[in-house]
Design a protein around this ligand. Structure first.
Ligand code: NCD
Length: 312
């Protein structure tokens, strides 16, 4: 087995990992699912995942908790800052410090860019970025490319569309950085005001084939093997009037599906609002709930690899 380069590492940016690291993690993710539950339950016995979420979360927090439980560990943390000493004026730094005293690995989500990097300076336990502002969400990208790999059996050679809020969507940035390790064609589809922030991807533009579009045209749909749909990040808009103008602009529904390749894979980090019609949920193309369930397995593999030099 390849060497575990995740042991004791911070997972702050997906840029710190490469295709070798991804194949290692995918391998561990596959293997962890074949372990007997008794063996799996020994991996993190006596170990604790601590977390603090300064923003809402459903899947990230619950999949991490479920992953930690499945490897025999426990989780504790703050999911609702209103019920913590943060309301008494306690700083982010002191909150992270305290959680790191009570746990073996620390998961943080915060609305500011750079918040996870900062947490690493405070915590003496490995830090996992569970979403930092509109900057990054590295473990989401890991499970996104794991999902693509499981479905398509490859990543190289695919045409991947990313549609929606490319300006504020942090999952988009982590995904593009992750994909820049592969030979893919990326098609970015968004209204002009939600275009990708060029300054955040300038260093990979020469590494990966990327095209910008405003329309999800029939010609483009015909090319795509995967479409990654994102929610318009209402909470990050400085001006809600701007949000109202573009809300509901693209909706992936039966009509779009009918014009696409028959085996197009539809991914979404979730939550969705109105950008994917529930009427396509039962089609074989709709992978978003499978993706969410892979999230638990991949995060179990990641936690095992962070906590032990030999995960199992
Ligand atoms: C995303 C996030 O928080 O960035 N959700 C998630 O973790 N799966 C996407 C979003 O909120 O739109």
């Amino acid at each position: 087995m390849a060497k575990n380069k995740f042991f004791n590492r911070n997972v702050v940016s997906i840029r710190d990992f490469n295709s070798e690291d991804f194949s290692y993690l995918f391998d561990i993710t596959d293997k962890i699912q074949t372990l007997k539950s008794k063996e799996r339950g020994e991996i993190a016995k006596g170990l604790i995942l601590g977390y603090v979420f300064y923003e809402y979360s459903t899947r990230t927090r619950l999949s991490f908790e479920s992953a930690m439980a499945s490897i025999g560990g426990r989780s504790l943390g703050i999911s609702d800052v209103d019920s913590s000493s943060i309301m008494k004026g306690e700083s982010y730094a002191d909150t992270v410090k305290t959680i790191s005293l009570y746990s073996d690995v620390v998961l943080v989500r915060h609305p500011s860019d750079g918040s996870s990097r900062y947490a690493c300076e405070i915590s003496d336990k490995p830090v996992i970025n569970g979403g930092s502002g509109s900057e990054e969400h590295p473990t989401q990208a890991m499970l996104d490319i794991y999902t693509i790999f499981k479905e398509k059996k490859k990543i190289d050679g695919l045409s991947i569309g990313i549609i929606g809020d490319l300006k504020y969507g942090r999952t988009v940035y982590s995904l593009i950085y992750a994909l820049s390790n592969f030979k893919v064609n990326i098609h970015l589809i968004s209204p002009e005001i939600l275009k990708i922030r060029d300054e955040s991807i300038y260093d990979i533009t020469n590494k990966v084939d990327m095209h910008n579009h405003v329309e999800l045209s029939d010609e483009l749909l015909n090319k795509l093997d995967v479409i990654y749909v994102t929610r318009i990040q209402r909470e990050r808009f400085p001006d809600l009037q701007e949000y109202n103008k573009i809300q509901g602009l693209y909706t992936i529904d039966e009509k779009i599906l009918a014009k696409s390749k028959s085996d197009i894979s539809i991914l979404h980090p979730l939550p969705r609002v109105d950008e994917i019609s529930p009427s396509i949920d039962s089609t074989p193309n709709a992978l978003y709930f499978k993706q969410a369930s892979y999230g638990k397995e991949l995060r179990a593999a990641l936690l095992s690899s962070l906590l032990h030099e030999e995960p199992f």
